[in-house]
Write a protein that binds this ligand. Structure first.
Ligand SMILES: NC(=O)c1ccc[n+]([C@@H]2O[C@H](COP(=O)([O-])OP(=O)(O)OC[C@H]3O[C@@H](n4cnc5c(N)ncnc54)[C@H](OP(=O)(O)O)[C@@H]3O)[C@@H](O)[C@H]2O)c1
Length: 260
């Protein structure tokens, strides 16, 4: 029988929590790497491991997590260190003879001059240079992240509206479905980006949030300075041509989230 065990790093996160049930529904046994000990449930086993912890300890945990694994979905990530974490994972996946490594990255990884994006690009390079059969999907910012950002800004008496900064937020469930489709298929290398159905200015995202909450706030136009500002104003974080698009809009997400 073909081994079809899937390891999901980041299986407890915003994206991973959507991915794991889809893999289970497709009949795949699933193992999740998490920094916390968790009991097995619903056909999902957990292995404790910290991709950025002590190197020898991380390697031992990864070897345990990867034993007998056919496919890895690498969704673990944080504000810092995704390059180092991915290098460690890739080395362990090579030792384990993994057959397909699926990696989530971010649109603009090669263009936005911020540490997070640079680390995502270096992580992509580690995957592509590993010699492992792989697939990399770059996604736009998830609605959940846009919501966190806008909710914080909307608490201020004057809501900052960074001029020329646009987002293409995408529904995390659609990213999860695409990743599972990719994981169940053959390794495809870099695949078309997945963005949301529409481009919004940051101010527009905020206005729609405020309208959905029935609130009003004054907006304060601000200019993001330096090369980061220039990159955002040039659309470095967007894919305006050649992307695949999710269908769920920001307005639909807001209606659902605010009703919950
Ligand atoms: N959020 C976005 O808008 C967006 C857009 C494009 C791409 N992405 C990428 O998508 C991935 C998932 O994002 P998300 O929003 O779902 O993240 P999230 O909700 O913050 O979840 C992060 C996940 O990574 C795991 N993790 C973090 N550091 C770890 C470490 N050192 N060792 C092992 N596991 C670790 C966490 O597991 P435990 O806490 O259980 O250890 C958790 O499951 C990330 O790679 C991110 O860069 C995100």
């Amino acid at each position: 029988m073909t081994n079809n065990l899937v390891l999901v790093t980041g299986g407890t996160g915003t994206l991973g929590r959507q991915v794991v049930p889809l893999l289970r529904a497709a009949g795949r046994p699933v193992r999740v790497l998490s920094r916390r000990e968790r009991p097995a449930e619903d056909g999902v086993a957990y292995v404790r491991g910290d991709l950025l912890g002590d190197a020898a300890e991380a390697d031992a945990r990864l070897d345990e997590a990867l034993a007998g694994v056919h496919t890895v979905l690498h969704l673990a990530g944080g504000p810092k260190g995704d390059d180092e974490a991915t290098r460690r994972l890739v080395a362990a996946a090579r030792r384990a003879g993994v057959r397909h490594l699926v990696h989530i990255s971010v649109i603009g990884a090669d263009k936005v001059p911020l540490g997070y994006f640079r680390a995502k690009l270096a992580a992509e390079e580690a995957v592509a240079g590993s010699g492992l059969p792989y697939t990399v999907l770059r996604a736009a910012q998830f609605h959940d992240l846009a919501f966190t950002v806008v909710e914080k800004m909307a608490k201020l008496p004057l809501v900052p509206a960074p001029g020329g900064v646009r987002w293409q937020p995408v529904d995390v469930r659609e990213v999860a479905a695409r990743l599972v489709e990719l994981a169940l298929g053959e390794p495809a290398g870099p695949v078309p980006d997945l963005a949301g159905p529409a481009v919004y200015g940051m101010d527009e995202l905020t206005r729609r949030y405020l309208a959905a909450r029935g609130r009003s706030r004054r907006m304060l136009p601000v200019r993001v300075p330096g090369k980061v500002g220039r990159a955002y104003r040039s659309g470095a974080n967007l894919t305006l041509a050649g992307a695949e698009h999710g269908r769920r809009t920001w307005e639909e997400f807001l209606a659902e989230r605010l009703a919950a």
